[in-house]
Design a protein around this ligand. Sequence first.
Ligand SMILES: *Cc1c(COP(=O)(O)O)cnc(C)c1O
Length: 499
Amino acid sequence: MQEREQKRAALDPAQQEQATGDMDPASFRLYAHQVVDWVADYLEHVGDYPVLARTQPGDIRRALPAQPPQQPESMQAILADFERVLLPGITHWNAPGFMGFFGITGSGPGILGELLTAALNVNAMLWRTSPAATELEQVALDWLRQMLGLPEPLFGVINDTASAGTLYALAAAREALSDLQIRQRGMSGRPEVPRLRYYASQEAHSAVDKAGIVLGVGLEGLRKIPVDDEYRLDVAALERAIKEDLAAGWRPFAVVATVGTTSTTSVDPVPAIADLCERYGLWLHIDASYAGSAALLPEYRHILAGCERADSFIVNPHKWLFTPLDCSVFFTRKPEIVKATFSLVLEILRTDEEAPNLMDYGISLGRRFRALKLWMIMRYFGQEGLQARLREHIRLGQLLAQWIDGSPDFERLAPAPFSTVCFRAHPRGLDDEEQLTALNERLLNRINGAGHYFLSHTRLRGRYSLRAAIGNLRTSEETVRGLWQELREGLEAELARRS
Ligand SMILES: *Cc1c(COP(=O)(O)O)cnc(C)c1O
């Protein structure tokens, strides 16, 4: 009993028996300072951790109690377990050597924005449930529109992911088939509804397939169009597919073009695709989740040629604009159709203001105040600062590509239009594809196991490819030089092992 009382005495007022309120201000201030100090130290030394977590499946779970605590536990104990138990199971996406999938950054101003968002805890479902959240979202996204050089009018909302935005775009495209009244009447059991078809290249993101699953269009409703030798959608093949489908009784309704595909960051020929969409009356959606940010650079603005004609467009500030997860921007030239797709006004939510209610533009009612962090990032770095960072990442990507091109033992497997490079080791005299795959898999495991870098892989025309995607603000030329050295030394070690 006495022990229990002693334990209680070490706890905060809010943790005492009978207490019913939140953490008191003095305790909050104390822990908040500790946590912020921890974060500052973490960000300073994030490069010292193994980038890829070294735990095995189940390790972390086993280290945690299976039952929830009955009694309050001290914040010191909780924070200590965060470091002792959880941190070893963290893969450090904020590390300079993180180049897997896409390099991202939870930047300082963005982290501070998230802290304020959590403190305000507003739900921006309606304009009146926090006018500043809705209006800042509109202002920040109009700034972003200007930075990308996209013409007005363009309506923007922030979603958690590009996957959600892709679903919303295709749902709106389906709604645009107004004669079918699918929103009201559904699709099943209606012999008068033709089978619907939409199109994307073989290199499009799986979010495009998932939208078909959710919308009842089915995976067969997505026709994958072949790509050219630079992994860009083949427009002639797209037109042939549309004609063939029309002749066979399908109803084409949308095309998804990608600006910066997930494997090779290729840019589909959007102007020619836009022509086809106009000719055949199809919704054009652009997935520029990663590469869209590059259009902040005047010298890269051409990558968005034709995008001004799109019905909807996605770019992810949480990918290559230094914004902490999650923040995916959905732009549309047809907000009235997106709203007609999703709006359902229940009595409890009915309001009479003229302002938009952002809950009307997707399936989630509740909305986090995500615009705050994006706005803080834009102001903190400024357009020039953001441009300098994007330009540097592209320079570093091109440098790595040059080193690979100049080496007799490595080869590039795709063009590298931005900061992502697809390549493999291909030493002289070793041309057997299976052996090359095995060698590159071992090289990847070696690099990722060493802890300084994390790379991922892809397959390009059947060939196993390593992939380095530069996008973290802490990645420097020294980081990339170090990677190149580890790759060359790793290859030597693998070849020595084989012989
Ligand atoms: C990363 C990526 C996505 C998925 O983004 P989420 O926001 O994680 O859903 C979709 N498309 C492309 C081209 C991407 O690079």
